[in-house]
Design a protein around this ligand. Structure first.
Ligand code: GDP
Length: 330
């Protein structure tokens, strides 16, 4: 058995070609939920859904979110309505008393759908409606995720990191904002001062996650702050990672990031924005997979390969390097 920790891009890319190296039926994926939002009452879980859609063969691989070929009719109608209502000036994060009044799982991540600032496709929306309905019927997020994964023929076991709310709030020069407002609406432009995982003091990893963390763990290329940070912020996760064998794939080639805001966020949270900084942020990692062109000298074993993943063949090559690193580390 092996457990992958996943954000919304790097690990799903790796999973696409990992099946020959790590059998799907023996693979668990723990997905970050710190990026989740409740948008107009629908619980949207971007990282869980990227893994779900990738494994179901539905993912839009140009964006690494949403369903390929999806239409946006409802989103466009909502944007038009927001415009007519004069409510089109950006994400409308609900007032503090509304953040804590509704569904507990949605605490500190609740937005109006006017305007619907994230482009939620029509088929994509059906998944959010189904998930929210399963929650309304009394299922946990873990239960609802498992049902959706089964319904899509996903062979691996897909787990949200927690059934409790953790909201990634980015503190910027333009004030505090939820990660999705920072990234989707502001395009990551505001200067980041700090990142907070609101709710993580009381949130717990599920028993299923803790069991999965007793297997060898692979941290696919991930944003260490916003994808792995919310997991490790919960009590019990870091110590579980200390107790098992962990291999991490760097999301950098030395100080060059492949995509996303990992560099700015690492710098804002006190780490060097580089492979060296990732290693410092992952004290529990036993070995690393680095790019051939990454000469970083680490204090832990390293396996090198070409870590750029554009297709399944690339992902299989990186998965083989991960398996080698697990052997070296174990
Ligand atoms: P998010 O949830 O979409 O924000 O992103 P993730 O947590 O999945 O992290 C994406 C990280 O993966 C970024 O820091 C990228 O630099 C890295 N990344 C993206 N594509 C690749 C790739 O092909 N190879 C490697 N090694 N890293 C990648």
């Amino acid at each position: 058995m092996v457990t992958f920790l996943s954000g919304g891009t790097g690990t799903p890319k790796l999973l696409a070609g990992a099946g020959d190296v790590f059998p799907r039926s023996e693979t668990t994926v723990v997905a970050n939920t710190g990026d989740d939002v409740e948008l107009g009452g629908l619980l949207v879980c971007p990282d869980v859904d990227t893994v779900l859609f990738e494994r179901a063969g539905l993912l839009d691989r140009d964006t690494w979110w949403g369903i390929a070929g999806d239409t946006d009719a409802t989103n466009e109608a909502l944007l038009d309505l927001a415009d007519r209502l004069g409510l089109d000036d950006g994400p409308r994060y609900l007032a503090d008393d509304r953040q804590t009044a509704g569904r507990r799982l949605a605490r500190w991540r609740r937005f109006s759908a006017l305007p619907e600032f994230m482009t939620i496709g029509d088929r994509d929306r059906a998944v959010h409606l189904a998930r929210t309905s399963l929650l309304d019927e009394g299922q946990s997020l873990t239960g609802a995720t498992g049902r959706l994964a089964d319904a899509h023929g996903v062979e691996l076991s897909l787990l949200p990191m927690s059934d409790d709310p953790v909201a990634t709030i980015v503190h910027t020069d333009e004030g505090p904002m939820h990660f999705q407002a920072f990234w989707v609406h502001h395009g990551g432009a505001p200067t980041v001062a700090d990142v907070e995982f609101r709710g993580s003091e009381t949130a717990a990893p599920t028993d299923a996650v803790l069991t999965a963390l007793s297997d060898p763990v692979v941290v696919g290329p991930s944003n260490p702050v916003t994808s792995i940070g919310p997991m490790v912020a919960m009590d019990g996760v870091a110590s579980a990672l200390e107790d098992t064998t962990v291999v991490a794939v760097s999301p950098f080639v030395e100080d060059r990031v492949f995509s996303g805001p990992a560099d700015d966020l690492l710098a804002a949270t006190g780490y060097e924005p580089s492979t060296a900084g990732v290693a410092e942020a992952y004290p529990w990692a036993d070995a690393f997979v680095l790019d051939d062109e990454d000469g970083t000298d680490l204090d832990r074993p390293v396996v090198r390969t070409d870590t750029r993943m554009d297709d399944e063949r690339d992902a299989k090559r990186v998965a083989k390097a991960v398996a080698e690193a697990l052997e070296v580390a174990g």
